[in-house]
Every structure is written in C-alpha cells, then in structure tokens.
Ligand binder design. Structure first.
Ligand code: SF4
Ligand code: SF4
Length: 192
C-alpha cells in the first residue's frame, strides 16, 4: 500500500491593507450601489424587488407550491384513496383514511374508494412533488400558490376539506363539504 501523502496547507497571511478591511468593504458597497442604480433604471414590472403583499410574484411553470385535491366537473373528487402518494412521500407527511364509495351517478362512477380523511402536514412537506408524480388519477396537484402562514403547528396540518376547498373561490368552483359531497353506500372506513 502506498504511504499516505501529507499535505500542509498554509494559512493565507493578510497584509496590513487587508487587515483594515477598507478595500473589501468598499468592494461590497460598490456591488450594492451598482444593484441600486440598476434597480432604479429598471422598469417597475421587471424589478427584483416586489412590493409584497400588494404585488405577487408570478411563479414559473412547474413551480411546486401548495397542494390541491382535484375534482371532476360535477364536483366529485378524483382521489380514489389508493395510498400511492402516501407511499411515495419521502417526508412521510401524508396520511389517508379510505372509505367505501359506490355512487354511480358521479363521473368516476365505478371507483370503490375515496378518502374519508386526507391529511398533509405542511410543516414536514418538502414540496418535492413526488405525490403528484405518483398519483395514478391526476388527483393531487401542487399549485403555483405559495402563501402559507399560521400561528400554531396544528393549523399547518391541512385536512381533506382544506385541500379541496382552499382555492375553490379563486378557481370559480363551489365549496365542497361533508354534506354536499355525494353519499356513500354504505359508508365504511378502511383501516390504514
Ligand atoms: S410534495 Fe413531497 S413531501 Fe410534500 S406531500 Fe408531496 S411527496 Fe410529500
Ligand atoms: S391523491 Fe392520487 S395517489 Fe393519493 S390516494 Fe388519491 S388517487 Fe391515490
């Protein structure tokens, strides 16, 4: 076996001028000032600084923001509680409880299950999009919306109705509730 080669790394010595830090500070201020002038010369809509919350940043296509459980045109939710997203989630922040569902008048008609409960802990989510990728029904999307704040941890656990309804107004959809959701025949929850 070859002998280990020892490398001595010399510590860089600072000159008296370096130790004054005047040059470094001046360089830094120069960069800041250059950005300042550039911002002033740039039209408002193209500036880096956004007057949030009066102005909102337009996120690029494919941005992975907050989640939504999607619905069909008739209002029925697309999710069939297959647990694929829960399995795919690397942060283990999705938990689903399924229930039997056989209401044939709805678009998805012949599905046997749907989520009775669907929870995402947004504090643990890393917005990787794996749930969206794993879903065979195109039922969970990560939207372009990014505003998320709460005063306590519990409020950051989004339930089924949050995931369905949070953007209902914005998208011109009716709000769905346990009462307006189609009935199940019979209602029976399936253990995780
Ligand atoms: S975006 Fe990633 S971390 Fe967040 S719920 Fe989906 S799979 Fe889990
Ligand atoms: S959102 Fe998609 S992957 Fe997750 S349980 Fe529902 S159908 Fe399955």
């Amino acid at each position: 076996m070859a002998a280990a080669h020892k490398v001595v790394v010399k510590k860089a010595e600072l000159s008296w001028l370096d130790r004054l830090y005047v040059v470094s500070v001046a360089k830094g201020m120069g960069i800041t000032f250059a950005h300042f002038l550039k911002q002033i010369a740039t039209p408002t809509r193209k500036r880096y600084t956004i007057q949030y919350p009066d102005m909102k940043k337009e996120m690029p296509k494919g941005y992975r923001g907050l989640h939504e459980l999607k619905r069909f045109e008739d209002g029925a939710i697309k999710c069939v509680a297959c647990f694929m997203c829960q399995e795919a989630c690397p942060a283990r922040c999705i938990s689903i409880e399924a229930e039997e569902f056989s209401e044939l008048t709805y678009t998805q008609g012949f599905e046997e299950k749907r989520p009775a409960k669907f929870k995402i802990d947004m504090l643990r989510c890393i917005y990787c999009g794996m749930c969206e990728e794993a879903c065979p029904k195109d039922a969970i999307w990560l939207r372009n919306d990014y505003e998320l704040a709460a005063y306590d941890r519990l409020s950051m656990a989004f339930g089924k109705w949050d995931l369905i309804n949070t953007y209902a107004d914005q998208d011109g959809k009716a709000t769905l509730t346990a009462e307006t959701e189609s009935p199940t025949t019979p209602r029976r929850t399936v253990a995780l």
